[in-house]
Ligand binder design. Structure first.
Ligand SMILES: Cc1cc2nc3c(=O)[nH]c(=O)nc-3n(C[C@H](O)[C@H](O)[C@H](O)COP(=O)(O)O)c2cc1C
Length: 340
């Protein structure tokens, strides 16, 4: 199911945004239509019944936006909820007649369906409170970039998909797994595409130069490095190292390695080395203490060092978990560029 933001106008004219998933195309035989299923008590349903208008905003799959979606699903008054919204509202220039104003659009949307209510009926499911609204899609607006992609038949946006919402606050996002192999501290992966390396490298340069690029990076010959912009970078933010290999048949193999930022990785390596050298020093000292028939307390450095190694590795794994969402962002950027 999709995750869309329905925008409607309240009795005071203020825009109300709320997330919905039971939103599907509906075949009427006349024009484009959608079906939206929702609780009759929701503000969206009430506003839709009163004004006959709703705008369906298809937002992109971005972690920060989806976190905010959760807040917009709270059953609190519109003003309280909208004060926490991170979405940018833009007025619609659609003439809806009767001097009424169409609901605002969400600027971050990939596409927007401006709809008018055709009919509503009680849902036949178990929940008696639910209404099924049939909507005529009067206008579709799409970001120029995605319109061009649609026309060219190349590339497609990443839309959030869930497979169930239980309560207003609980839902399950469907996300592809990133298949990786090798030592887990810096997992590796490989992707093969049927495009020459120059083409792939050019696609990276173009994507990184775009004003709305969600990641930053650099390309040096066959190497590409990707990371999060500085204002979103934390200690555990991931860094993606890519090497483009010419397969000689017009294809390219992309070898990738996900790890912490090189500075953090250097720090981790330095810590491991420092602990290892201390342990070796302690071992030698302890052995000489034994030979001199003294108490070999320096040998304690060996188990302590093993514990510290495990602790540092553990911290790295915890960091990997904390950076999982950002790893997903880097990986989806990569997939978008490679069109895989
Ligand atoms: C991802 C997600 C999907 C949702 N989908 C629906 C839905 O399809 N139908 C529904 O009645 N409520 C759905 N909800 C719950 C509504 O968003 C919630 O009841 C909200 O309070 C309605 O806000 P409103 O009163 O401003 O319309 C969903 C919530 C989330 C987080």
């Amino acid at each position: 199911m999709p995750i869309v933001l329905a925008s409607t106008r309240g009795p005071d004219g203020a825009t109300n945004l709320a997330p919905y998933s039971l939103c599907f195309p509906h075949v009427t035989g006349e024009g484009h239509a959608m079906v939206l299923v929702m609780k009759s008590t929701s503000k969206t349903a009430q506003n839709l019944i009163r004004t006959g208008l709703v705008t369906i905003n298809f937002i992109p799959d971005e972690v920060a936006l989806l976190e905010n979606v959760k807040l917009l699903s709270r059953t609190v008054p519109t003003a309280e909820k909208m004060a926490q919204s991170v979405f940018t509202l833009v007025p619609s220039d659609r003439d809806v007649g009767d001097g009424a104003r169409a609901p605002d659009l969400v600027a971050e949307s990939i596409q927007v369906f401006e709809c008018r209510l055709l009919s509503s009926e009680a849902d036949t499911g178990d929940d008696e409170d639910e209404l099924r609204f049939i909507l005529a899609v009067e206008r579709i607006r799409m970001q120029p970039r995605w319109h061009a992609a649609l026309e060219a038949g190349r590339g497609c946006p990443r839309l959030p998909v869930d497979y169930g919402f239980k309560k207003a606050s609980d839902s399950w996002l469907s996300r592809p797994r990133v298949a990786v192999s090798g030592p887990r501290l810096r997992p590796r992966f490989e992707i093969t595409v049927q495009r020459p390396p120059e083409d792939v490298a050019e696609a990276f340069t173009e994507a990184l130069e775009r004003a709305d690029a969600p990641v930053v990076g650099a390309r040096l010959g066959e190497h590409v490095q990707l990371s999060l912009p500085e204002d979103r970078r934390t200690t555990w933010s991931p860094h993606l190292d890519l090497r483009l290999e010419d397969l000689g048949d017009g294809g390219t193999r992309i070898r990738g390695r996900i790890g912490p930022h090189p500075h953090i990785w250097t720090l981790f390596t330095a810590l491991h080395l420092a602990v290892a050298f201390t342990a070796i020093g302690g071992l030698m000292w302890g052995l000489s203490q034994m030979m001199a028939n003294e108490s070999a307390w320096a040998l304690w450095s060996v188990p302590i060092a093993l514990f510290l190694h495990a602790f540092i590795a553990g911290a790295a794994f915890i960091g990997q978990g904390l950076g999982a969402d950002q790893t997903y962002q880097l990986r989806t950027f990569l997939d978008d560029v490679l069109e895989v």
